[in-house]
Unconditional design. Structure first.
Length: 219
């Protein structure tokens, strides 16, 4: 029964994750570009009819992905040698992305939909957090695959749920510091030029993924 529940949870985790990240990519790769070119009437129609429905699925899929991920972390931590630095970094990214959805993107998007006085400022904050999530989604998804299929290289293991050698690993702490720096900009910074362009975000996300993969594997 315990093994069956873990497999069912893994399926739901992937299913909810597809909905969450799929909508994230829709908002950033398709929706944002359309809103820039749409007529005032078209923009208003999208904001009043399409965006609220899409955000409903978006935020609840993020929550369910997070909750099913917590159970998976518990399950994996009970298996000797299964929990590693890659999982730690991927889970950290996913947690920050989930918090961005509920604490930054959704509250500010509500102001945009309602046409609040500070709607423009709120929209900018939501857009920055959304682009940050898009950037982090690339290495996060890499580690999601990595944790399930790769268990070699210089990736110190956290054995038996105890603070093993992995917690002194340079790769873990360098990776976490970089995540903090990226999220710091999402909270207190501004939209950078390299985040405004869809192509630049995709390229940056791929570069960040290669960096994290090499960091965990070789250091």
């Amino acid at each position: 029964m315990y093994e069956y529940l873990s497999q069912l949870d893994r399926f739901l985790h992937v299913l909810f994750g597809i909905v969450w990240i799929g909508l994230l990519y829709y908002f950033n790769f398709v929706g944002a570009g359309y809103l820039k070119e749409a007529t005032p009437e078209g923009k208003k129609d999208v904001l009043q009819k399409l965006v609220p429905k899409a955000l409903w699925y978006f935020r609840w899929a993020a929550l369910l992905t997070f909750l099913t991920g917590l159970y998976l972390l518990y399950y994996v931590s009970e298996i000797p040698g299964a929990y590693n630095v890659g999982i730690s970094l991927g889970a950290t990214m996913a947690t920050i992305m989930f918090l961005n959805v509920w604490l930054i993107i959704w509250p500010n998007q509500k102001k945009v939909i309602a046409g609040a006085q500070d709607a423009a400022e709120a929209g900018a904050k939501a857009a920055l957090a959304s682009r940050t999530n898009t950037l982090l989604s690339f290495p996060m998804l890499y580690f999601m695959i990595y944790s399930a299929h790769i268990n070699f290289g210089n990736d110190p293991l956290l054995l038996g749920g105890e603070l093993g050698p992995g917690w002194s690993s340079y790769s873990l702490w360098v990776g976490i510091l970089l995540i903090i720096a990226i999220e710091w900009n999402a909270i207190f910074g501004k939209m950078r030029k390299w985040l405004e362009s869809v192509k630049a975000v995709i390229h940056s996300g791929l570069i960040l993924t290669v960096f994290y993969g090499a960091l965990v594997h070789f250091f």
